[in-house]
Design a protein around this ligand. Structure first.
Ligand code: NOJ
Length: 558
């Protein structure tokens, strides 16, 4: 185990998110896998991460990139075997890194043995899902008015296996291939606890919990009557009874030595009031802080987000788990490459703007670097999404026939969906696949093309091209995370420092003389004298922060 075993490592960790199919391909089939991840663990160690979070790697038809799980105890064969998984955990631990998995408790795949049995008419299996008769003449209308998060009704009608006639409907808050489980059925709760045990017993250090505000639905499944799940109380989400689940999970995690941990993906509509409930001391350890995903690159809104989030951390005692980007949103460099509107944007609005404004990617990358410098200096946990350390942009021109996200298909192509943030990483070389796949497969045949096409321009952004270049984004991340580990992670609370311009944010942490200064404006600003040790984002001499803050980081006496 890593040397700091026993300490509450998860309060200050840097966690690197791995979309397995897009990280590194070990066997040449064009799809990333555990062998590829194992071979690249030294990259993550050198980057300075404390833990790796692997997106769902379970057996899956991959309708929703593995968030449609057919078997929670088996890896998808495209990713590897259970032995590979065990080797990964061992090797990561030997390099001083923890491993978090992704658990998907709200729904299974429609190919899960339970759901197949349910469709075949097995009553015990049916009772684990939410089958209901339809409304209207012959039950031809869905049982209620709920909408799927991926567009369209949240219900799909089945065919009666005995008669071949249209039968009941089943609930799916996401794609029809992702039927929701019925969490009022004790068998469901027991099965998921057993799944957790299965992986904890193999040394896995914790889980990211998918849609943690889901699972339990309001009794009777009443109509939402026009309520927007994102902003209003909705009978499909955030029910009080879900907290019974998290208490059981926490008790299980605490029964291990060292205790295992959870991070919740939770989007309760009344976030400020309801999210703290998930973080009570006997529930989940942390919850993603998603506010930075929606905030424009401007100083005032950033400062407000930080203040609000830290106030919540103060209230709950759980550290903020900062998320600058992930597999569901537009990559940071691209988000920041277009006009920064003062109002809160959403991922949909970002993507809707693609056709109308050419992105300034150099600017976007500089801003993305500044944002990570700032965030890394804050108290709490830092999540780093794969490829952000290379400054990758969203790939906006993935051809339709190569796209796999159900959001794209279910919106009739009006929303491009999330494939553009999931393009395989460029590791080395001048042309695709940029070292993502080996040249040949085990049988000597040439490797398949990467599952999504990589832009030719990524030749300049490969890990190999950036390695050793002190001005590269990769070098910045390495220095930044090393600084963070030494000076900032162990430090105490933060306070804002006065700055010479409203576009400059500066902060200090108790217990260290390292300060963080970031200029979010376009104008250079002179630093005040007197800061002894400085984490500065600057490219010019003399303590001046230009608009392209984040280009480099230093620790220096002044
Ligand atoms: C949240 C995950 O992050 C997303 O990728 C997935 O589509 C949904 N949950 C459904 O599992």
């Amino acid at each position: 185990m890593p040397a700091d075993a026993g300490r509450a490592w998860w309060r200050t960790a840097v966690v690197y998110q791995v979309v397995l199919r897009s990280f590194a391909d070990g066997d040449g089939d064009g799809v990333g896998d555990v062998a590829g991840l194992r071979s690249r663990l030294p990259h993550l160690r050198d980057l300075g991460v404390d833990a790796v979070w692997v997106n769902p790697w379970y057996a899956s038809p991959m309708v929703d990139a593995g968030y449609d799980v057919a078997d929670y105890r088996r890896l998808d064969p495209r990713y590897g075997s259970l032995e590979d998984a065990e080797a990964l955990v061992r090797e990561a631990h030997a390099l001083g890194m923890r491993v978090l998995l992704d658990v998907v408790p709200n729904h299974t795949s429609d190919q899960h043995a339970w759901f197949r049995a349910a469709l075949a008419g097995d009553e015990t299996a049916r009772a684990r899902y939410l089958f209901r008769p339809g409304r209207g003449a012959d039950g031809a209308e869905p049982p209620n008015d709920w909408e799927s998060c991926f567009r369209g009704p949240a219900w799909t009608r089945t065919t009666d296996p005995a008669t071949g006639e249209p039968g009941d409907w089943y609930l799916h808050m996401f794609a029809p291939e992702q039927p929701d489980l019925d969490w009022s059925n004790r068998e469901v709760a027991d099965e998921m606890l057993d799944v957790l045990r299965f992986w904890f017993d193999r040394g896995v250090d914790g889980f990211r919990v998918d849609v943690a505000h889901g699972l339990v639905k309001a009794p009777g499944l009443p109509d939402a009557a026009g309520r927007d799940r994102r902003t209003e109380e909705h009978p499909g989400w955030d029910q009080d009874e879900v907290h019974d689940v998290w208490r059981e999970w926490r008790a299980l995690a605490d029964s291990y030595d060292p205790p295992r941990v959870f991070v919740a993906e939770a989007w309760p509509a009344r976030r400020a009031e309801r999210l703290p409930l998930y973080l009570r001391p006997d529930e989940l350890h942390t919850a993603f802080e998603f506010e930075p995903l929606h905030v424009a690159f401007r100083a005032r809104p950033w400062r407000d987000v930080v203040d609000r989030s830290l106030a919540m951390a103060e209230l709950t005692g759980a550290p903020c788990a900062w998320v600058l980007t992930n597999h569901d949103v537009v990559r940071q460099a691209t988000r920041y490459a277009r006009t920064q509107f003062p109002e809160k944007g959403t991922n949909e609005t970002e993507r809707a703007r693609w056709p109308t404004e050419v992105p300034d990617l150099d600017l976007g990358r500089r801003r993305a670097r500044a944002a990570v410098v700032l965030t890394a200096a804050l108290p709490g946990v830092l999540y780093v999404y794969l490829g952000e350390e290379l400054g990758l942009e969203e790939v906006e021109d993935v051809p339709a026939e190569r796209r796999s996200d159900p959001i794209f298909w279910r919106s009739g192509g009006t929303d491009p969906g999330r494939d553009g943030s999931r393009v395989p990483l460029p590791w080395s070389g001048d042309a695709p696949p940029f070292g993502f796949s080996p040249p040949t497969r085990a049988d000597g045949s040439p490797a398949a093309e990467p599952h999504l096409p990589q832009p030719a321009g990524w030749a300049a952004l490969t890990a190999a091209a950036q390695d050793g270049d002190p001005t590269s984004t990769l070098s910045l991340y390495r220095r930044l995370l090393a600084l963070r580990r030494e000076h900032l992670a162990p430090a105490g609370p933060m306070r804002w420092l006065p700055t010479p311009s409203p576009d400059v944010l500066a902060l200090a942490r108790e217990g260290t003389d390292v300060q963080c200064w970031v200029n979010l404006g376009a104008e250079p600003v002179a630093l005040p004298a007197g800061a002894r040790v400085l984490v500065a984002s600057a490219q010019v001499d003399g303590g001046v922060l230009p608009g392209d803050a984040g280009a480099w980081v230093q620790v220096a006496d002044r």
